[in-house]
Design a protein around this ligand. Structure first.
Ligand SMILES: C[S@@+](CC[C@H](N)C(=O)[O-])C[C@H]1O[C@@H](n2cnc3c(N)ncnc32)[C@H](O)[C@@H]1O
Length: 319
């Protein structure tokens, strides 16, 4: 199928408004290349699956590209689109240079264009994450490969918050555990826990898109053991009790209501691994864990992100 693409060159603060204009004109998809994203992303993680050196990315300003099926009469719409982009300046938005350029692309260009930016990456001592379209042969004897479709859900394994939990799993797991991964996203931690020898893993997520993505990724790794993925708001719909390990990579605001819930699913002496904690929230999360009777065993850090390894206090010995 032949698609038409239309690229607006503008500034970061006009990206949302331009995106709306293109969607209203009938774009079936958008691609945003924003210099601000590059600046925000680079300090967070230099060893990423996404290879920035191969990305044709603006160093200043932003480009919003809309992809339109050839049924949309884009040439007729062009003057209106141009005029609407120009008028954004009247709303106080810096939209310059506000140029609008029309191109033709094929379906394959659009569908697979982003794939070339993702490559296999070693994300922890043992784990390598490989995008599903790459052919990859493990080269180290103890290397464990996870195949992932880095689609819409969070969790390619390369973000510091995910890496901290992959490392924490490697620290505490010995094999045979029953594990719950709260906020599973792409399912990367659930798959990793299974490959580290968990007897059973339950991954949950509030977001139906994440649940679909995690199920798809589990299917891409037939070497995993028993993994179940379900929708749940935190642990609301989880009935499995006395698990050996709960892992959760979520922002502190979401971890705080989770912390008091975990006792209902975690055995005495069980591990509680937490990530997604920005540096200014560490003290609050530690205090919440201590108030619930957890012992803090280890603190991990990568950039401004923290991970915690906590243990539910074993029952006190009599006598
Ligand atoms: C930072 S991502 C972590 C993904 C993956 N576990 C990882 O470590 O890369 C957080 C995930 O938590 C999910 N989430 C947010 N709030 C939630 C809630 N109340 N209950 C369950 N999942 C939630 C989000 O949809 C998202 O997929």
């Amino acid at each position: 199928m032949v698609w038409q693409s239309l690229t607006v060159t503008t500034q970061n603060e006009a990206v949302d408004a331009v995106s709306n204009i293109l969607m209203e004109a009938g774009a079936a998809g958008l691609q945003i290349a924003d210099a601000a994203d590059r600046k925000n992303y680079l300090p967070a993680d230099q060893t990423v699956l996404l290879d920035w050196t191969s990305v044709d990315f603006p160093t200043e300003g932003a480009q919003v590209t809309g992809y339109f099926p050839d049924t949309v009469k884009l040439a007729d719409l062009l003057p209106t689109i141009r005029q609407r982009v120009q008028t954004l300046a009247n709303f106080g938005l810096d939209n310059q240079p506000a140029t609008v350029e029309l191109n033709t692309v094929t379906d394959t260009d659009w569908a697979t264009e982003w794939e070339k930016y993702y490559h296999p990456v070693q994300v922890s001592r043992h784990l390598t994450v490989v995008p599903k379209w790459e052919h990859y042969q493990a080269s180290r004897r103890d290397e464990v490969v996870i195949t992932l479709d880095p689609g819409l859900a969070f969790g390619t394994g390369t973000h510091p918050t995910t890496k901290l939990m992959l490392q924490a799993l490697e620290v505490v797991m010995r094999g045979g555990e029953r594990v719950i991964d709260v906020g599973t996203g792409s399912g990367v931690l659930a798959i990793a826990a299974s490959l580290m020898g968990a007897k059973h893993v339950l991954g949950t997520d509030l977001d139906a898109v994440a649940v679909r993505s995690a199920k798809g990724n589990v299917a891409l790794n037939p070497q995993v053991g028993s993994i179940e993925i379900q929708v749940s708001d935190l642990l609301a719909d989880v009935t499995e009790q006395a698990n050996d390990l709960v892992v959760a990579n979520m922002l502190a605001e979401v971890l705080l209501p989770l912390i008091p819930q975990v006792k209902s699913v975690l055995a005495l002496g069980g591990w509680f691994l937490l990530s997604g904690i920005y540096y200014d929230k560490v003290a609050t999360i530690k205090a919440a864990l201590q108030a619930e009777g957890y012992q803090l065993v280890e603190q991990l850090q990568m950039d401004e992100w923290y991970g915690l390894i906590a243990q539910r206090q074993p029952a006190k010995q009599e006598g």
